[in-house]
Structures are given as C-alpha cells and as structure tokens.
Design a protein around this ligand. Structure first.
Ligand SMILES: [Zn+2]
Length: 380
C-alpha cells in the first residue's frame, strides 16, 4: 500500500528504469481472458517502445519487461491497478485500488500518472459514534483502514459506593428511587462530556490526516450530540449520516459511503467553481490557463483547481523551467531554449515545486470550468 515514506523515496530511483502503469482490474473483461489483457498490452507496447530506445539499453529494457510479465503471469493481481518501477537494482510494485491507465516508460521514472491519481483521490474519513464509543476510519486511494477507537468509560465507582449501597436502615429505602435518577443524570452528564471529547478528537484527527469530507455517522441522538459540538466552519467539511453503521467492516463501510461522499464532493466542487467565477482575476482568485500558470510561478497561488483529464501543450524553458502557452522558442527571461511539453506532465510537478494544493474536479463543475480553459487558482 502507498504511504508517505514510499512516495518520498521514489524520486531517488536510479536510472534508466522501466515504469509500468497497468490496468489489472479483474472486473475489466479484457483481464478475464488467458493471458490477461494487461499482459497482452504490456508485450505489444514494449515492442514499440524497444524500437525507440538506444541499442545499448535494449537488453536491459527487455529484462525489466520480462520481470513485469512474470509478475502478471505468476501472481495475477487482484487490485484495480499496478504501478511497477523496475531496474537493475530496483523492484517496486505499488498495488492500487483505483482505476489506472496503461502506460510504459523507459529512462527517467515517470510519476505523472501517480501524482494525478494522488491529487484526484484525496483522503476522506468516517467517524462512527454511539453511546459505547467512537471509531475512526480513513479511506484513501480505494483502501480503507480503522485508525483508532475511543471507548466511553463510566467513572462511577466512587460515586456508586457512596450513594448506591443498600440502605442500612429500612427508613432510608424511600430515597433510593430518586438516587437512581441522580445516577442516570450522572451517566448522561458523563456521556455529554464524552461526546464533546469525541468532537474535539474528530477535528484534530481530520486536520492531521487532511481528510475531506469526514462522515460523522451513528444512531440518532448520539450522532446529533457529537455533531452539535462541532464548530460551524468544521461542519462544512463534514457529512452527517443518522444511521448505525458500526456492524460494517472497513471495506464494506467504504462501499456503503461511496455514493454519498461522491455526491458531497461534486456538490462542493460546484460551489467552489461558482465562487471562483464570481471572483474573476481579482485579488482572491484567477481563472484561465495563462493567469493561473503565471500566478503559480510567481508564488502567488495557494490552491490550483484543474479539470480532470485536461490536455493541451505548453512551452517550457529548459534553463529556468518557466512554463506558459506562448509560442516563443527562446525564453524572454533567460534566453534558454523552450520546448513543447504536455500540460498533463508539467502541472503536478509545478504544483509541488510551488507548494500549491491541487484540487482535481469532475462532473458539472468541470464542464463549467472547461469553458474558461479548465484551470483556475485561489491566491494566497
Ligand atoms: Zn528561461
């Protein structure tokens, strides 16, 4: 499974290296034959690619292709996709539970698709609460894991000793009923305290893990108590579901919540695009490729909004790396040579270099932003 440490180590992979992105989804009919479609694609693509690489590297290339072929043959993947980095000293297989497009590269490791997938699949979470406790689940790149539990513990031992011992004298009997009420109130007060602590923990956890949205789910009553303890601006990144889902295993919970989370995201994207278009090229936001690329490279953008699957080409200076849509072959700033580069390949790296968060949008919001060139940014 993907983790931050692995991602951090990838750029240091030695070259030349084979990068293979493979759609291995068992539900894809092409992968149900023998040999599976992913293997057939790999063989035919490798033949094309081999003819384009230097003669001296062809043997090495062929060896790496064979290793990936063997992987597909001997351990048929059950995941929806695979990314493999293979070289003489490298063997890194990353199984993915999201849809992957077939790609094969030789030379420098290719991270473009992986970065797009990471930007498109931001982590989200679910906190399940009831009167017995709270459980926290993280969903990311098609994986689901339980992260922690909070138990509701009654701290009543002392209190019980003091008030609930059977009365020594029959005359005291009468008060027992009202003592029970006090006991009940005491439990309720502790529950309220627990709900408040849970609400605080949900906020802390969501910020640490950068989760959007956070589903807060549970039986009516308990879930409302927690929800009401969340501040309004935090509720905006949450989704309230009044249902007891505590019987579900993490993977089933992810499936159960998938449609609601997707609808929530699409809704949020629409609101965001509307706000962007209401603030055109002012001080808060820019809309359109030229302004957006410029402000990112000036260090002025904090969040890039991009339509999923956006294509097109840009020119990039090979010296100072400045990139834009102008046709100049010589960089006006440094005199360096400018080469055509696919926008898709440049954008994820650009965003990381300038520390810009990327929001990949789809659906109706994407259709609207596409009319304005498919790119926009919130400014710092
Ligand atoms: Zn330049």
């Amino acid at each position: 499974m993907l983790d931050a440490r692995l991602l951090h180590s990838l750029p240091q992979l030695p070259q030349p290296i084979l990068t293979a992105y493979l759609d291995t989804n068992p539900a894809n009919p092409r992968n149900q034959g023998h040999p599976p479609g992913a293997l057939i694609w790999l063989k035919s693509r490798a033949r094309v690619l081999r003819s384009r690489i230097p003669k001296a590297e062809q043997k090495l290339f062929q060896e790496q292709v064979r290793r990936v072929e063997e992987l597909l043959r001997n351990q048929p993947p059950r995941e929806r996709g695979l990314v493999v980095f293979a070289g003489p000293e490298t063997w890194q297989v990353i199984p993915l539970q999201v849809d992957v497009e077939d790609e094969l590269h030789w030379g420098r490791p290719s991270f473009t698709q992986l970065l797009w997938l990471l930007d498109e699949h931001q982590p989200c979470g679910a906190a399940l609460v009831d009167r017995s406790g709270a459980r926290f689940y993280k969903f990311w790149m098609g994986f689901a894991e339980e992260q922690e539990k909070l138990r509701f513990q009654l701290d009543l031992a002392e209190w019980r000793k003091k008030y609930l011992v059977p009365p020594a004298h029959p005359g005291v009997q009468k008060t027992r009923g009202s003592q029970r009420d006090v006991f009940e109130q005491r439990v309720e007060a502790q529950l309220e305290k627990f709900y408040k602590e849970t609400a605080n923990r949900i906020q802390q956890w969501a910020n640490e893990e950068k989760l959007i949205p956070v589903v807060v789910a549970g039986p009516q009553g308990a879930v409302d108590s927690v929800w009401n303890e969340l501040p309004g601006n935090f509720q905006e990144r949450c989704l309230l579901i009044r249902a007891d889902l505590s019987h579900l295993a993490p993977a089933d919970l992810a499936v159960r919540l998938e449609q609601e989370i997707k609808a929530w995201k699409r809704d949020r994207e629409q609101q965001m695009v509307e706000r962007l278009l209401a603030n055109p090229n002012g001080t808060r936001a820019v809309v359109g490729p030229d302004e957006t690329l410029r402000r990112i490279q000036e260090g002025m953008a904090r969040e890039l909004v991009v339509v999923r699957g956006l294509g097109g080409r840009l020119r990039q200076c090979q010296n100072c790396l400045w990139v834009d849509r102008s046709a100049d072959r010589i960089c006006p700033a440094c005199g360096g040579e400018r080469r055509l580069v696919p926008l898709r390949a440049v954008l994820p790296e650009l965003a990381r270099r300038y520390n810009v968060h990327v929001e990949v949008i789809a659906g109706e919001a994407a259709r609207k932003l596409r009319e304005f060139g498919g790119l926009a940014a919130w400014l710092r």
